[in-house]
Design a protein around this ligand. Structure first.
Ligand code: PLP
Length: 494
């Protein structure tokens, strides 16, 4: 991720001396993630100290519109006292106990609530603390599941070009970004790449037909499975809307076709919804928006809106089968939140999933997640996204009159704007131009202008927006105005 390093308003709330001390300490001791630390050699690091609603404030009191929800996280916005208090209450009651052999009430309640919200029979929740751990867990579960049911040769995972699925070694092997993998080669074996659904850059023979493009991209998954040998493939990992590369929505019918392919070859479909769940696309889960049924959903980020870290995976009853249910005498039990969803035989196996992490399903995070979901319900945030997403799209599409804007794409509150050197030919920027444009100019200039968003060139250069789900037209207009001014200036300097 490119990093802003603007200096903002000189006259802020923090006295100059305190800021100097904070900066000196940060420069000496703090290591920022995915950040070229040398880029701060001559400048201050931005220090964000407070958030309220759709805005955050730096240590000099300057306000920024949080157009990225931090990092696709702050669905309900900042500064919600009731969510913070739910965490504090839980910390005083039971701050910590592991989910290794024990349960605690908030994890139980949250698992039930998530099962009620998820599509189909995804009734079992395995908690983690992050998205990478969720992805890692899903791959490990797929591998152990197949070993347990007598298909031990299935271990490979398919994922899409330039898709990001996390940074731990397993998740990194699923990630499709060569640039962030190369320093850590060799990868865990088994990662296989297939095409993504970037229709703007579709191959010529399907460039004019979205449906045909989607069918081709899905069929490429089948070709990869056949090429690798179906008996060696465990799972396909796909995001509902692919983030990296700049928000690629699925063409109509794409996921239905992928589901058929997975079923035909006995391969699991994992919907990586670390970004796309919890309202980002106007539904609790992205798979619900596009009408497909995953075998596993991975989630993190928006489940707590960032008030405390949490991730996890939702697993189908069928996948749970070899691992048992715990109690046979609850077979008549029907979860009140899941009325009409349960039924069928309870899982009866005796295998143990040999995986876990200390802080998974942390009581404070689980309490915070429940309070977060209360806010979703009370304020009907999904309805807000569905009602306003058309306005968001239309407002961003106004930018298409700028010569540098090649494409605006996305769904819900999740958009990418692809920047091009030549609109007519879709010619992109050279590496040097892109370096100057994104890191040298846009990131600091957008930050300086009061907008937090993402300027990214892991694929072709894009700006990404994923604001809190509480945003309305006034916030879209603010984003558009800042982007228009900064992109116009960038073009004039190119
Ligand atoms: C689709 C997807 N999967 C996994 C991850 C990794 O999540 P985390 O950073 O919480 O480990 C991310 C992070 O952005 C993501 O977007």
């Amino acid at each position: 991720m490119s990093t802003p390093h603007g200096t903002g308003d000189p006259g802020g709330v923090a006295p100059q001396a305190a800021n100097r001390h904070l900066q000196a300490t940060a420069h000496r001791h703090l290591w920022l993630h995915f950040t070229r630390m040398s880029s701060y050699a001559e400048s201050d690091m931005p220090v964000i100290v407070r958030g309220s609603g759709q805005y955050v404030y730096d240590n000099r009191g300057k306000r920024y519109l949080d157009g990225l929800s931090g990092l696709f996280v702050s669905q309900i916005g900042h500064g919600r006292r009731e969510v913070a208090e739910a965490g504090a209450r839980q910390a005083s009651e039971l701050a910590y106990f592991p989910l290794w052999s024990y349960a605690h009430p908030r994890a139980i309640e949250l698992a039930e609530r998530l099962a009620a919200l998820a599509p189909g029979q995804l009734n079992r929740v395995f908690f983690t603390t992050s998205g990478s751990e969720a992805v890692e867990s899903a791959w490990k579960l797929a591998k152990q599941y197949f070993k347990t049911i007598g298909q031990p040769s299935r271990y490979k995972v398919l994922s899409r070009d330039i898709a990001y699925h996390g940074t731990s070694m397993g998740a990194l092997a699923i990630t499709g970004l060569p640039g962030i993998k190369e320093p850590f080669e060799p990868m865990a074996p088994g990662g296989v790449r297939v095409p993504n659904t970037n229709f703007y850059r579709a191959p010529g023979f399907v460039a004019d037909d979205l449906q045909a493009f989607g069918r081709w991209a899905a069929d490429e998954i089948e070709r990869a499975i056949e090429r690798e040998g179906p008996e060696s493939v465990a799972a396909v990992f796909l995001e509902p809307v692919q983030n990296s590369g700049g928000c690629f929505p699925p063409p109509p019918g794409y996921f239905q076709r992928v589901r058929e392919i997975c079923d035909r070859h006995g391969v699991l479909l994992v919907s990586d919804e670390v970004i796309c769940a919890f309202g980002r696309l106007g539904y609790y889960f992205g798979s619900q928006r596009y009408g497909y049924q995953p075998d596993i959903i991975t989630f993190a980020k928006g489940v707590t809106s960032g008030y405390s870290p949490l991730g996890g995976m939702m697993v189908s009853d069928a996948l749970m089968e070899p691992f048992g249910s715990g109690r046979e005498d609850i077979s008549g039990f029907e979860s009140p939140r899941r009325a009409g969803h349960t039924g069928g035989p309870r899982p009866s196996g005796t295998a143990t999933f040999l995986h876990g992490v200390t802080f998974a399903g942390h009581p404070v995070s689980a309490a915070v997640a429940l309070a977060n979901l209360d806010v979703f319900e009370k304020e009907d945030l999904l309805a807000n996204v569905r009602a306003n997403e058309g306005g968001f799209r239309a407002t961003l599409e106004k930018l298409c009159d700028l010569p540098i804007v090649g494409d605006v794409r996305g769904d819900g509150y999740f958009y990418g704007i692809e920047l091009v050197r030549d609109k007519a030919t879709k010619e992109t920027f050279s590496d040097e131009e892109s370096e100057w444009l994104l890191r040298g100019f846009l990131s600091p200039a957008l930050f300086e202008a009061g907008l937090i968003c993402r300027a990214d060139d892991r694929g072709d250069p894009v700006i990404q927006l994923a604001p809190p789900l509480t945003c309305t037209q006034e916030h879209f207009d603010e984003m558009e105005q800042i982007l228009r001014a900064v992109l116009t200036e960038a073009w004039s300097q190119l």
